[in-house]
Ligand binder design. Structure first.
Ligand code: CTP
Length: 406
């Protein structure tokens, strides 16, 4: 591919210790066919030097507005970009961006860019929580920027808390999604809180055994990633998944159906939409053995008695903790897929039901999916075989439609 055909990305880097992680983001962007221009702030260069950015991007690196003036870079770089991503975005850079300052090349670029802009903040928890930063973030979001929630974990020094730069691979996923959707309807979930359940519950029999299922959580994670890219605040209730946390999602790990119910209902209190993509066990063992169940020579094992688990989807659909809330279910069916799906939609009382056909070799753990999105209004949207993110986007399209109509 000729450089001129490649999507043009501006990687803004501001002065935080997480600047070194932007090198990995840069590699991912260049290796996946993007033409990346790195625009560091002056203080970013104290953490990672200009030769690193130039070598990894294959492009010149400029920080101030007084270099290469004949090329008018302070206007051109922003105008030509298809995406601007600032990672890490410090409290200072967020403040300058929110107030429209233009005292270096990065802030000039942010003012001239007409493409989608993604900020991946990283700072200490106190700085992130300060009302000044919170207001700046709200301002940027209101103007349409995607500001990814920082991750929780180890910060510089000994402290831990919210403020870590999310995994560079996950920031890359957000960039990819934002680029794929283009500028206009890209952030149609801005200002919305969405809750997604993902993975499969495990119902313990004894300290070492459980009844589980084969759900990988990939579809739920794809829903979380696409919702972040569309501007939503995302709570991801994750049951026994082994996937990296999607950048910007608030991840609540759970084990059993009862724990999942509690976490989903709590998060749903102020949610605009809840998508139940998790495979929730319908039954759990009636008794939990405190010690490991042992086999006994010459004796058949005791049968395992089961009891019903709460049906979270049905409960939410009936309760609607927030007026106008949209509730989405998933159904995995092996036979009579559409008829069973319609019946389940009515039984559960949700607004949308995503029905897919499953079997030994279908869907579980796969990267791709094929489904039909059924609406309580009688609508039926087939989604052809493709990436789980394409199905996720179709689900959000339907959710946005219902939210805007309601
Ligand atoms: N679900 C739930 N709570 C349960 C079981 C399922 O919230 N205890 C949700 C799932 O997250 C999914 C939807 O309900 O969104 C469909 O689940 P499924 O188990 O396929 O539906 P059932 O009504 O149990 O139907 P079946 O007769 O096929 O078991």
């Amino acid at each position: 591919m000729d450089r001129s055909d490649k999507p043009r990305v501006v990687l803004g880097v501001s002065g935080g210790i997480a600047a070194y992680k932007a090198c990995e983001l840069l590699r991912r962007l260049t290796e996946s066919g993007h033409d990346v221009r790195v625009v560091p702030t002056g203080s970013a260069l104290r953490f990672v030097g200009e030769p690193t950015w130039a070598a990894l991007s294959g492009n010149p690196v400029t920080t101030g507005v007084w270099e290469d003036v004949h090329e008018v870079p302070h206007v051109r770089i922003g105008q030509e970009a298809d995406l601007v991503v600032v990672a890490p975005a410090t409290a200072d850079t967020l403040a300058r961006a929110a107030h429209g300052l233009a005292d270096d090349l990065l802030t000039n670029t942010l003012l001239t860019a007409r493409c989608p802009v993604v900020f991946a903040p990283a700072m200490h928890t106190e700085m992130w929580e300060h009302p000044a930063t919170a207001e700046n973030v709200a301002t940027l979001r209101r103007r349409g920027a995607v500001v990814i929630e920082p991750a929780v974990g180890r910060l510089t020094g000994k402290d831990t808390g919210k403020g870590r730069l999310p995994d560079p691979g996950e920031i890359f996923e957000v960039c990819r999604r934002v680029l794929a959707r283009g500028a206009a309807p890209g952030r149609d979930l801005a200002g919305r809180h969405v809750v997604i359940s993902a993975g499969g519950t495990r119902e313990p029999l004894d300290p070492v055994r459980f009844l589980g299922n084969r759900s990988s959580g990939r579809q739920g994670y794809a829903l979380a990633r696409t919702a972040v890219a569309r501007g939503a605040r995302v709570t991801l209730v994750a049951a026994n998944t082994a996937l990296p946390d999607p950048a910007g999602a608030d991840v609540v790990p759970v084990g059993t159906a009862v724990q999942l119910r509690e976490a989903v209902l709590k998060a749903a209190e102020d949610a605009d939409a809840v998508v139940m993509a998790a495979a929730v066990a319908d039954f759990r063992p009636a008794h939990y053995a405190q010690g490991k169940i042992k086999k006994r020579e010459g004796q058949e094992p005791e049968p395992v008695a089961l009891v019903r688990n709460p049906d979270v989807l049905a409960e939410l659909s009936a309760a609607r903790p927030r007026p106008g809330q949209v509730v989405v279910g998933f159904a995995a069916e092996t036979d009579d897929v559409l008829a069973n799906g319609r019946a389940k939609l009515a039984r559960k009382g949700c607004d949308l039901l995503v029905v897919n056909e499953v079997g030994e070799d279908k869907t579980f753990g796969a990267e791709e999916n094929e489904a039909v999105v059924l609406g309580a209004d009688g609508s039926e949207t087939p989604v052809p075989h493709g990436p789980k993110e394409a199905l996720a986007d179709t689900v959000w399209d339907a959710v946005v439609h219902l939210l805007n109509a309601g």
